[in-house]
Design a protein around this ligand. Sequence first.
Ligand SMILES: Nc1ncnc2c1ncn2[C@@H]1O[C@H](COP(=O)(O)OP(=O)(O)OP(=O)(O)O)[C@@H](O)[C@H]1O
Length: 313
Amino acid sequence: MYAIEVQKVQKLYKNGVQALNGLNLNVKTGEIFSLLGQNGAGKSTLISILTTYLKLNSGKITMLGKDIGKDSEEIRSAIACVAQRVSMDTHLSLKENMMFQAGLYKIPKSEARQRMSMLIEEFELNPYLKYPVLSYSGGIKRRLDIALNMMSNPKILFLDEPTVGMDIQSRMTMGKMMRKIRDDFGMTIFFTTHYLEEADNLSDTICIIKDGKEIVQGTPFELRKYIRQDAIKIQFSNNEQAKTALSVLTEHFTPLMCTLHNDSILIDTNSSQRDFIKVNEFLLKSQISFQGIEITEPTLEDVFLRLTEKRED
Ligand SMILES: Nc1ncnc2c1ncn2[C@@H]1O[C@H](COP(=O)(O)OP(=O)(O)OP(=O)(O)O)[C@@H](O)[C@H]1O
């Protein structure tokens, strides 16, 4: 069963920007779903529509079996959204925030206290109860904010770039928290991120959007298979060197597809061993200096770049 079904959704802002352009996607109940796209692809617009802050121009969205146009009140009470800006009163403690949140959702006090204790215990937040939220680092504030948003027991939790700006340790803790929310609480998580490795590690389903439209949706495994070929990766010391080599390689190795990615060149190949030797020999013979050469399997980043970026040739 789907928690969210988005069909042919269009969103045109008053300034004439078509932020969503016939978008389709499906989010399964109880999964971690990640939405990827470059800046301006339409991710925030979609989250604003799904969390009922914005209205769509056309198309259809069904959430938890209800139509977002007709039953937005009901949907709103069954979801929670942790935006990039912390929603808590940072001068209050986590507990004070939680009890206030419970009041907004008209949860009886004794039930709220029970739920608060359970969330604090489950997410190991005891060390952060002593001081106002303000006193904690960005990563911890984010975790506290998520726990706060779980007070209302939402069926779907939206997380807009939950790990942006966090160090690796905090990102790992956040990943653990997200898995727990899915596995132990059975909630559906819809999140956006610019960290592809994170989407790869955490998501059951990934959807990549571009210019307000989906370009691919599937499991991380399915998406990686989207590029069936291996690639030969040649690393240069800078972008200029890579660019110069690209023109020589492209001319010599047509019809192999060579693409530039910052300081390296990727060459798609169906016969990686044979082409690896050919390319290596050619580079040495032509005295093109490079730092390293290897055969790589496609990563999610390769898929993302291939599907969203123009080729730089
Ligand atoms: N309130 C608004 N009014 C007019 N245009 C907007 C508004 N919000 C966003 N846009 C435009 O809509 C398009 C999609 O923007 P959106 O913020 O949804 O993308 P995004 O994928 O979330 O980008 P980012 O990763 O940078 O947050 C962009 O061209 C943006 O400039």
